[in-house]
Write a protein that binds this ligand. Sequence first.
Ligand code: ZN
Length: 345
Amino acid sequence: MTEALELRIFRKFAPLFGPGEVSTIGIACSVTLDSKDPRLPRLAELEREESDRAGCGFVLSWNIERRYTPSEIENAQLFRLIITRRFEPTGEQCGTQYDTAALCPHCGAGRVQRSTLLLNLRKLPKKGGFSVSLGGEIVVSQEVAERITDAHMTGFKFRPIGHRAGPFSGPLDLKEVPSGRILLAEAAKVGLSASDGEFDVWLNRGQNKSLFDAAMREGGQLEETRGTSAPLPVWHQLVPEGEAAVVAAPTKFGINPLDEDPHVKYRCPNGHTAGLNLLSEVTIDPESWKGRDLCVTNVLAGHHPHDSVLYPEPILLVSPKFRALLERLNSKGVKTEIAHLATGQ
Ligand SMILES: [Zn+2]
């Protein structure tokens, strides 16, 4: 395996590298280093110093590209599945109901999906394949889902996705449409107003849902499917199920390849998140995998900034069988790298 760190840094830090190593892109510079580069420990010290001094380091963004030999791929027992395309609006922005009562105050883990995933299906990648929302909702297009289903893979389910055009813009628009005005009057009868925290949940309750959909349609937020020239694309939510695989040493998390977060700012004290980002290949406890074709890890990576659509996410793992199918399908929006089973020594 060879590992290349692609770093995008603030331009003023370009002199840290040789003139031939750096290419300039606007206010940033890009540099690619081998993960065995002897300068990395010193660069990590400088990144940390800059972060402590200025509040953020010199690394703006980064990527780690791992390349394997055919025999390494052939002998691997497990792979990490990386979905490379993100989309928005997220399910939450499109009106999907989530229970956030148990949300962890430190990391934002613990959100529970309570309704069918609602998305604007027209905003998903035109060529199909895999994609994931900024909020971590994983979706698979019909054609790929069919092939995966036909291959009898284990460890997940597909769920339907509802279509809602445009981000959910809140209850204020209800005053502007006839069905919305009826809903507001009904809400008033049970003592609810649009400013109540429960209002959105009430709107989506059984007896109100069809009226709410009608209001959304009248407000142009729910697309009429009949009579439109292009049929809606069909996508499915991929929902992992079963016990999580337990992440083991030497898996490494941190802020970026030059900052392993020594102050553990992004490691949840309740044990949900192991860090902001995964920095290494993944190793898991083999007992916890159980041979499934897809599973998630017990610890998450990421953070939930207050009022944002971002949430911590688990790492996805797939079997060699699942990876081989993806290779055959040449699926869009997805790549894999090798993951490891801890040897238990
Ligand atoms: Zn937490």
